[in-house]
Design a protein around this ligand. Sequence first.
Ligand SMILES: Cc1cc2nc3c(=O)[nH]c(=O)nc-3n(C[C@H](O)[C@H](O)[C@H](O)COP(=O)(O)OP(=O)(O)OC[C@H]3O[C@@H](n4cnc5c(N)ncnc54)[C@H](O)[C@@H]3O)c2cc1C
Length: 477
Amino acid sequence: MEVVILGAGLTGLSSAYHLEKNNFFDYRIFEKNSIPGGLLKSIKQDGFTFDYTGHLLHINNQYFFDFIDKISGLNNFDLVTRKSSILSNNILTKYPFQINLSGLPPQVIYECINGYIKRKSEIKKAKNFHEWVLKYFGSGIGKHFMFPFNKKMQNYDLKKITPDWTGRFIPKTTLKNILFGALQTNENLIGYNSQFYYPKKDGIQFLIDKLIKKIKQPINTEYEAEFIDLKTKTIFFKNGHHERFKKLITTIPLDHLLNSLNEKSNTCLKQESKNLVCNSVLNFNLGFNKSKLINTHWIYVPEKKYPFYRIGFWSNISKSSTPKNHSAIYGEISYNSKNKTDKQIQNLKETAINKTLELLELKKINIVTKNILNIDRAYVVYDKWRAKNLHKILNQLEDFNIYSIGRYGAWKYSSMQEAVIEGKTIVDDLLKVKQNKQDLNVIPAIKIENEKNNSNHTKSNYIYTKQNKEKFDKDIS
Ligand SMILES: Cc1cc2nc3c(=O)[nH]c(=O)nc-3n(C[C@H](O)[C@H](O)[C@H](O)COP(=O)(O)OP(=O)(O)OC[C@H]3O[C@@H](n4cnc5c(N)ncnc54)[C@H](O)[C@@H]3O)c2cc1C
């Protein structure tokens, strides 16, 4: 086979779609599970729909916007403006923390402002995430939000991870914005997720179901790649099938891929698999016989007494996700699957449910359905080893015409938008299609306003709508 694709999550399916879009059919796609979609699956249970935690579409790219419209029709999605909060010092303050200090205890506000003023901006290049926080936000914002939240979410020593992933995920700010947000409720929406699209029905799997319909070649499910012989370029599957390839697009987790290699003596990729670190996420979904729990889409929870780092409200994200007069939540707990026993995981689940009930002032009898999912590889850890070695590994694989892409294939922190674009980009590269580079640029739909001119009113630079696009086109012309 000319091209083989491993994994039928969004990245693998996007690769298949784009090959076919270029009239290229000399390929096969293999997936280990019985259904395609990877992390983009939605579970229907007792009238509720649960994703593998909230999968919301943050669109800031022209190509992705058009792709979603073409594949599944944007009219089938709601465009939602984020309402998210942070539970800090027993108070719900708005997200992002750094510009929403108002309402917090005066001592906390003082420590955050004082810390920002005295922040270590003299640090030239932050060597780790901890230093990065001290450089851009100072010790107070670090102590009250950035450190405890990220420690919980990453489940890793913050001094051992690099700040490479922070880019669009953690918006920086100015003293003026911090002070403004400390004095009154801040109505500004900043950050990559200030607005999002979500399917009107059927959860995020709606997108995968529509994409699959556009792909003509069969998606071969229950084909788990077990062993790859680099010399003969052959993949051996657990079900006994084997497949030769000229070019391999692989989206399966990189550590699995490396571990499955039978290599020549001049490479030592296999042994690197154990150096790739990630955490796991327990995702608990609860359906309640009560409506209108709280008017927010999700809450970030830095506080130690709760095991989860985030809790989201399905019923506020999509009306169709719960039966009438009911509501539902999802919670996320990060853990290290290597050092937790089954009993400890069971205890974690029970504590999480009890703490959720306590937080929402609900009782066990209010729970009408429950579903606990495990995401074995959830967040890749950006440790120093990764920073030094990842690109070398990916380059070495390319020498064998193996292209390892996607969130776990390229071992990174990335979104659905990137999954689709990576699928397109690799196909364009392999088929030598001339790319319209401008299409793939991340372009702000609303021009970022100059903070100096209007620092109290920083509009989101991550909103992409048809109307905004017209404004953007006008702005840049
Ligand atoms: C907790 C969490 C929340 C997220 N929230 C959002 C969000 O709100 N918005 C957003 O845009 N993105 C979000 N993401 C990111 C999003 O899930 C990913 O970007 C996207 O799903 C990546 O798709 P993928 O195809 O690269 O990987 P995957 O979905 O992991 O697909 C890989 C596929 O390979 C298959 N596979 C594995 N091993 C083998 C094998 N040996 N042989 C054959 N097949 C194999 C798997 O079964 C899977 O189907 C979130 C991710 C997590 C973990």
